[in-house]
Design a protein around this ligand. Structure first.
Ligand SMILES: [Zn+2]
Length: 372
């Protein structure tokens, strides 16, 4: 503390805490607004002499010394200041702070697209779905041709459990002159949420979209659906996993649990069944559709639709499997045989119930892989 003359000392009130050896001098005639907050121990209560307010907290006493407030102007932040601050927070993944700054920016310019779009995405990233929808709809009113706002709003609709609105928003962008691949993903997730499996397969026959999903779209799981209070996937949802696996079904505490469908971009099979601990566990059905080869072998018929129904343990068939093959001749073969932890043995395992045709299998029976 700088030295003060005797006269100056008279104008100074001193707060002194013996325990913490804290001195704070405040000049009586000081005109500047000043608030001093000091946290001290209970012992300190008796040595305060000033016009103070004391607030007891759990173990400490907060001493607030106030001196006359004055009207010194606080520098006003501009719209650009708030927006750039918000964008920095957003880029750093600090969405709560970004929201505060976007809101301040919008108080100055309520119709600014960048601020509305950023605020809407921040709400989306913090699972405030209703606010995300309201804000992104406002952004889209300001700039009706913004594909990025439409895509973000599509995800918000999906998260609110409204895949029809999400699909309606995404489809024109996907079917435009230059198909918007991000909108294609929103459309895919909306079809998944509606369990329109055939339409998903149709959509994924687009090679550009299939390649985009497998190569670029999802380094991380891309989830749309219900969440629990701490933001984990829980309830009904759809998720695009790494390399183009799609799950449509129930989650519990962030993992697949309940009834779910598992399929893969570009694959001709679909698994539908019970899940627990993030793996097929329980009864499940597996469907495979095949197109016969263009150059057919003389006298050979081909399976065009295969169904396998069985119980699964950790993704592997365990118990009796019921298999049917629909041939392109119109005939159906049916086989039942035993499988233990995915293994049925090599060579002939069963004879057709209808015609006696034998079935040879090898390898493992199961949903493989059920992780991406
Ligand atoms: Zn048969």
């Amino acid at each position: 503390m700088s030295k003060l003359s005797l006269e100056e000392h008279r104008k100074v009130k001193v707060i002194y805490c013996q325990k913490h050896s804290v001195h704070i001098g405040v000049k009586d005639n000081m005109k500047r607004h000043m608030v001093v907050i000091l946290i001290c121990c209970i012992l300190f209560m008796s040595c305060t002499q000033m016009d103070t307010h004391m607030v007891a907290s759990s173990t400490n006493v907060v001493v607030v010394a106030t001196v006359q407030p004055t009207a010194t102007p606080v520098p006003q932040l501009s719209f650009d200041d708030f927006l750039s601050e918000a964008l920095l927070y957003y880029a750093a993944g600090n969405y709560e702070e970004a929201i505060l700054s976007f809101v301040m920016a919008l108080e100055i310019e309520p119709k600014n697209f960048d601020a509305l779009f950023g605020l809407g995405k921040s709400y989306g990233n913090t699972y405030q779905t209703a606010k995300a929808i309201e804000t992104l709809e406002a952004a889209l009113q300001v700039r009706t041709d913004s594909a990025e706002a439409a895509v973000a709003l599509g995800y918000a609709y999906l998260n609110s459990g409204d895949p029809v609105k999400a699909g309606a928003l995404a489809r024109p962008l996907w079917e435009g002159v230059v198909p918007n691949l991000e909108a294609g993903v929103v459309l895919l997730l909306s079809l998944a949420a509606e369990e329109r499996i055939e339409d998903i397969l149709d959509l994924l026959s687009d090679e550009d979209l299939a390649a985009y999903i497998q190569d670029e779209a999802n380094d991380a799981d891309l989830y749309a659906g219900q969440r629990n209070a701490v933001g984990m996937r829980e309830g009904r949802g759809v998720c695009l996993y790494n390399r183009g696996y799609i799950y449509i079904g129930d989650y519990k505490a962030d993992v697949r649990s309940g009834q779910g469908t598992w399929m893969r971009v570009g694959a001709d099979w679909v698994f539908m069944g019970a899940w627990a601990d993030d793996a097929p566990n329980g009864y499940g059905e597996y469907y495979l559709d095949r197109t016969p080869p263009i150059e057919r072998q003389e006298g050979t018929t081909y399976a065009i639709h295969v169904e396998e129904k069985a119980n699964y343990v950790e993704g592997l068939v365990h118990g009796t499997i019921h298999v049917s093959w629909l041939m392109d001749s119109g005939k159906t073969h049916i086989w039942d045989y035993a499988v233990t932890n995915g293994v049925a043995g090599d060579g002939i395992v069963a004879y057709c119930e209808e015609c006696g045709a034998d079935l040879s299998v090898g390898g493992m029976h199961g949903v493989m892989p059920w992780t991406e």
